[in-house]
Each structure stands twice: as C-alpha cells, then as structure tokens.
Design a protein around this ligand. Structure first.
Ligand code: HEC
Length: 100
C-alpha cells in the first residue's frame, strides 16, 4: 500500500469522526464507545443486544433512568447506568439518536 493511499484512508477516518462529533462532544463520544462494544460498533447490534443507533432520545433517557433506579430489570444495564448523571444520559441520547 502506498503512502498516499494510507493518508487518504486516515483522512476519511478523521472526517467520519468529525461528522459524528457534530451531535456531541468528546466526553460523550468516549462514554458511547464503551457502550458500543456490546451494542454494535456502529450502534447496530448483530447479537441479542438491542441496537442504539437512531434510538428515540426520550425513550433512551427513560430506559437509562429505569436501569439506574432498578425499575427496569436487566442482566447488565443496571451495572452500567448508575455511573452516569442525568445530564450525561441526555447527551448520550442525543448522540445515539443522531447515529445512522
Ligand atoms: C456488557 C454489554 C453491555 C454494555 C457494555 C452496555 N450494554 Fe446496554 N444493554 C445490554 C443488554 C444485555 C441489554 C438488555 C437489558 C439487559 O439485560 O441488561 C441492554 C439494553 C440497553 C438499553 C435498552 C434498549 C431498549 O431497546 O430498550 C439501552 C438504552 C442501553 N442498553 C444503553 C447502553 C448504554 C448507553 C451503554 C454505555 C454506557 C450500554 N448500554 C452498555 C448490554 C450492554
């Protein structure tokens, strides 16, 4: 592979990152990346895990609060949700809702 091609591919990668950054900030992107290991790298799950890409923001925030409070029974999400604030839920909701 020649250097120009590699540089071009890197450029595309950076553009992709900048595109999703429009919906959110670096902090939210870092949090979201920890969720996507289970929920599909592009937010579209290929397993039993639900997809997050394009999720309704209000639905997302409601579910995260329910996991946090224990109101919604879960196998793993009740362990993830308590680490975040309501404000972070809002930001994450915007981020995932904007994912295509
Ligand atoms: C270890 C794998 C794993 C990780 C990491 C993970 N999730 Fe989940 N998620 C699940 C599973 C499994 C469910 C189904 C509910 C359950 O059993 O916990 C779920 C359910 C959900 C739901 C409900 C979706 C729906 O359609 O009702 C939301 C929202 C969600 N997760 C968001 C997140 C967010 C945000 C993060 C990162 C902070 C995250 N998840 C990290 C595995 C994971």
């Amino acid at each position: 592979m020649n250097k120009k091609l590699i540089a071009g591919m890197l450029g595309l990668g950076l553009l992709g990152t900048a595109g999703s950054a429009l919906a959110s900030d670096a902090h939210t992107r870092i949090i979201a990346s920890t969720c996507l290991s289970c929920h599909g790298a592009d937010g579209k799950s290929k397993s039993a895990m639900p997809s997050l890409a394009g999720i309704d923001k209000t639905y997302f925030v409601t579910q995260m609060k329910a996991f946090k409070s224990g109101q919604r029974p879960a196998s793993v999400m009740h362990r993830h949700a308590p680490g975040y604030t309501d404000q972070e839920f809002e930001k994450m909701g915007e981020y995932f809702a904007a994912m295509k």
